[in-house]
Design a protein around this ligand. Structure first.
Ligand code: HEC
Ligand code: HEC
Length: 298
């Protein structure tokens, strides 16, 4: 009996030891993943000057939701924090105290927005540069012109922190991959369509919707690991099929659906609601032009 107990002890002890070892290995792998440097050459961008370009850039910053995560004045905040696991601030993008604005070259701005890599070469977590990748040169240039013109905001934030548990989860693939790993950095970018009312322009603007509603816009799991919800199907296969264009406009601008359901804040309707009529109309035309698909992500 003693002997059996001893053997059980050895086996259990061995297993625990293996688990601890696996945990440590994962922690090291995750740590390396988090601090990996990316060396990505970027396209040269022409950054316009002048009030009109800056105004356009401000509009882009709103409708592409930069202001949702980096805050209204782009001064940043702690965006995502789970004590003991991760703390991820959105950097202060201005030239004020604690801001990165003064450190960024034009190439750094392009690398961050289009390629998902920070000025220090790290992968930017959470930020969906894979959808910003498709911003055309004119819009990207205007956006950067606007960012460079921001009034300084003094806001010093703590460094990004990924604790032991966070690193293990990262190595185990429990966090979504950073945008930099989802982008084809060598591919040539499609030419952005002219602004106006068109299906093509709607497709261009809808790239930002794919982040949460899925590549085919028919809905996808969304939310932190373990707490995902399914985003609704925006193709004619979903209930938007019964909506009028006016219903769509009202939902995007008030955050309330035709059946009086208020949308939660995860849907950035406060940003999209500031799209012009032409922009919303283009998106609506594009959604209507899609094949009717069944709800995705289920
Ligand atoms: C979903 C939230 C989110 C949105 C939307 C978002 N960002 Fe970010 N952004 C972040 C986070 C988080 C970081 C820091 C990531 C990290 O440290 O790993 C970041 C980092 C950056 C950086 C890197 C600065 C540096 O230190 O090099 C720039 C530049 C930036 N964002 C600009 C933008 C712009 C411009 C937009 C809009 C087109 C935008 N962001 C939209 C979350 C977001
Ligand atoms: C950051 C994630 C995110 C992005 C980006 C996003 N959505 Fe959503 N959307 C959601 C979530 C989550 C819901 C469900 C909200 C709820 O039911 O409270 C939703 C709901 C909706 C609804 C309501 C459908 C219904 O009746 O329930 C519409 C319409 C919609 N989104 C359109 C869009 C369009 C168009 C875009 C791009 C311009 C977009 N969304 C981008 C997350 C997102």
């Amino acid at each position: 009996m003693r002997k059996i107990l001893k053997w059980i002890g050895i086996v259990v002890g061995g297993l625990v030891g293996l688990l601890v070892l696996a945990f440590l290995v994962l922690a090291v792998v995750g740590g390396a993943k988090a601090s990996k440097k990316y060396d990505i050459p970027v396209e040269t961008a022409t950054i316009p000057t002048g009030a009109e370009a800056i105004q356009r850039g401000e509009h882009i910053a709103v409708i592409f939701t930069c202001t949702k995560c980096h805050t209204e004045n782009l001064g940043g905040e702690i965006l995502f924090e789970v004590p003991g696991m991760v703390s991820i601030p959105t950097p202060n993008l201005t030239t004020g105290a604690g801001g990165v604005g003064g450190l960024m070259t034009d190439a750094d701005w392009v690398r961050a927005i289009r390629h998902g890599v920070g000025h220090d070469g790290r992968a930017l977590l959470i930020m969906q540069s894979n959808t910003f990748h498709f911003l055309g040169d004119a819009d990207l240039g205007a956006l950067i012109a606007y960012l460079k013109s921001l009034p300084p905001v003094d806001n010093t934030l703590p460094e990004r922190r990924i604790e032991l548990l966070g690193r293990v989860m990262m190595a185990a693939g429990m966090f979504p991959p950073p945008a930099v790993d989802k982008i084809d950095h060598t591919g040539s970018l499609p030419l952005a369509p002219e602004p106006g009312v068109s299906v093509a322009y709607g497709e261009y603007l809808s790239r930002t919707c794919t982040e949460c509603h899925g590549a085919n816009l028919n809905g996808a799991p969304f939310g932190p690991p373990g707490q995902e919800i399914l985003t609704p199907n925006l193709t004619p296969g979903g209930w938007l099929n019964a909506w009028s264009e006016e219903d769509f406009f009202t939902t995007m601008r008030t955050g309330v659906t035709p059946d009086y359901r208020p949308l939660n804040e995860d849907m950035p309707w406060k940003n999209f609601g500031q799209m012009t009529d032409d922009e919303l109309r283009s998106i609506w035309l594009y959604l209507q032009s899609l094949p009717a698909r069944e709800q995705g992500g289920g």
